[in-house]
Design a protein around this ligand. Structure first.
Ligand code: ADP
Ligand code: ADP
Length: 233
């Protein structure tokens, strides 16, 4: 089964009694080990769709099956559970805790999983190694570059071994060269068997992904396989 199965997803916001449709019928399957870029003009519904994919919000209509579980009609508590187990989030602003070291930031999701401190630290170091940042494990965010901070955030998203990595404009605060490094890291993560869905405004960045889905006005405009993803040197 696909990791993500969306069928006729609709989402409306309400201004008083008036429904404002934002997603107007999104049908989409994403399989394990795909690397997908979600594009589209501002206001086309990308953030709304990512919120639904991330179980942060529920659709108004339609069906969402995540890794075999129908999440479209779950209550908030069950959604929070699914979110913690199945999804790793990466944000534009990194969202790292400034007083914690890289390793402590990465280990944070494991605190909620109830693992012992030593185990948490070892697991954090292992994922920091995967994103090429092992030697920075004891540094705090203000001692790291933007690209390094984002790698810490990616490591934190991975540490729970989720079935899906969701990233909303993960390169939005980074220069081009660093953005490409980050896209390569997502590529490595994908090669290792993970599934990555990210939002970007930039064609050159999206071109590193293996599939490009474009939204327009709440609908999928195009969905194409990228046969020759860009690679850095
Ligand atoms: P983007 O996803 O393009 O970076 P945002 O998600 O921040 O941008 O906002 C996209 C649009 O959605 C903006 O026009 C913003 O005004 C609107 N928007 C976001 N949240 C709300 C809200 N709670 N109520 C009304 N409009 C909102
Ligand atoms: P994108 O991420 O592609 O910029 P969004 O999903 O943020 O698009 O927004 C799509 C539309 O939904 C926009 O017209 C925006 O104003 C509206 N919107 C987003 N969030 C809210 C909200 N919480 N309340 C009302 N309108 C919203």
């Amino acid at each position: 089964h696909p990791i993500i199965h969306l069928s006729a997803i609709q989402k409306s916001y309400y201004m008083g009694k008036q429904a404002i449709p934002v997603l107007k019928g999104i049908t989409l399957d994403i399989h394990k080990n795909e690397y997908v870029a979600l594009m589209g003009p501002s206001g086309s519904g990308k953030s709304t769709l990512m919120n639904i994919l991330g179980c942060l919000d529920s659709p108004t209509a339609g069906k969402y099956v995540l890794n075999g579980q129908d999440v479209s009609k779950m209550d908030d508590d069950s959604l929070a559970d699914v979110r913690n187990k199945e999804i790793g989030f990466v944000f534009q602003q990194f969202n790292l805790l400034p007083r914690l070291t890289a390793a402590e930031n990465v280990a944070l999701p494991l605190v909620y999983a109830g693992l012992a401190k030593k185990t948490r630290h070892e697991m954090a170091l292992a994922v920091l190694e995967k994103v090429g940042l092992a030697e920075r494990s004891h540094h705090k965010p203000n001692e790291l570059s933007g690209g390094q901070c984002q790698r810490v955030a990616i490591a934190r998203a991975l540490v729970n071994n989720p079935s899906l990595i969701l990233a909303d404009e993960p390169t939005g605060n980074l220069d081009t060269k660093t953005s490409i490094e980050i896209m390569d890291i997502f590529g490595k993560i994908q090669s290792a068997g993970n599934t990555v869905v990210l939002v970007t405004h930039e064609e050159d960045i999206a071109n590193h992904a293996h599939r490009i889905v474009r939204l327009r006005d709440g609908l999928i405009e195009t969905d194409r396989r990228n046969e020759h993803p860009a690679k850095s040197a």
